[in-house]
Design a protein around this ligand. Structure first.
Ligand SMILES: O=C(O)c1ccccc1N[C@@H]1O[C@H](COP(=O)(O)O)[C@@H](O)[C@H]1O
Length: 209
């Protein structure tokens, strides 16, 4: 069964829709320039006591920012946009699994070793001029991961939608997917209907793709 992360949840309504539809991870975006940005206090008021694993997204973060976030809102996994040494330092400091986000355009961009990290989010490089490294509804050629000997767990992200996720999984060989823009009806606003459609499409029998 394909595992699904719904990223950039900003309301209790969307949180409930994703949880009830069977999301495996819920992503909370702590990057201030994102239209999906939440404060730790907002994240705490959105998520219930019980629910899927919580992933905190940070871009080139200061340790203090992560520390302040964790003081208010507990996270299970940190999704980090930074180089491997920064990711190691974060993993060591907070004792949490770190997924490093890697932007790819060619097979040569794919990680070849685990880098000592818990996993990777493999997504398209940001388009020229973008003000954020992800969440741009941009896809890459999914077939480049097909024959990749992944050195650890990974999620496929970038430009996924309910209508293309089954194809993306079939072409990429991914066993987990990550979506933000593709389940929104306007930037930063999640649609419960699209969340349900995405999770159903991702978790449908892969042979139907
Ligand atoms: O969603 C954002 O605004 C964002 C900002 C900064 C870094 C990453 C961000 N989102 C992540 O990007 C990918 C793909 O997003 P999309 O589905 O193409 O919108 C996903 O991993 C999000 O977690």
């Amino acid at each position: 069964m394909i595992r699904v992360k719904i990223c950039g949840i900003t309301t209790p309504h969307a949180y409930r829709a994703a949880t009830e539809a069977g999301a495996d991870w819920i992503g909370f975006n702590f990057f201030p320039r994102s239209p999906r940005h939440v404060t730790p206090q907002q994240a705490e008021s959105i998520a219930g006591l019980r629910g899927p694993s919580r992933v905190g997204l940070f871009v080139e973060p200061d340790m203090a920012v992560i520390e302040q976030t964790l003081a208010v809102f507990s996270l299970d996994i940190l999704q980090i946009y930074a180089g491997a040494p920064t990711c190691w330092a974060i993993a060591a400091r907070f004792g949490l699994p770190v997924w490093r986000a890697v932007g790819v355009a060619h097979a040569s961009d794919l990680p070849r070793t685990s880098e000592g990290l818990a996993g990777f989010v493999i997504e398209a490089k940001a388009p020229a001029g973008a003000d954020r490294p992800g969440g741009n509804a941009t896809a890459f050629d999914w077939s480049i991961t097909r024959n990749w000997q992944s050195p650890g767990p990974w999620l496929l992200g970038g430009g996924l939608r309910p209508d293309n996720v089954a194809t993306a999984v079939a072409l990429s060989g991914a066993s987990a997917v990550d979506v933000s823009s593709g389940v929104e009806d306007q930037p930063g606003h999640k649609s419960s209907e699209l969340i349900r459609a995405f999770i159903a499409a991702a978790k449908a029998d892969a042979h139907q793709a």
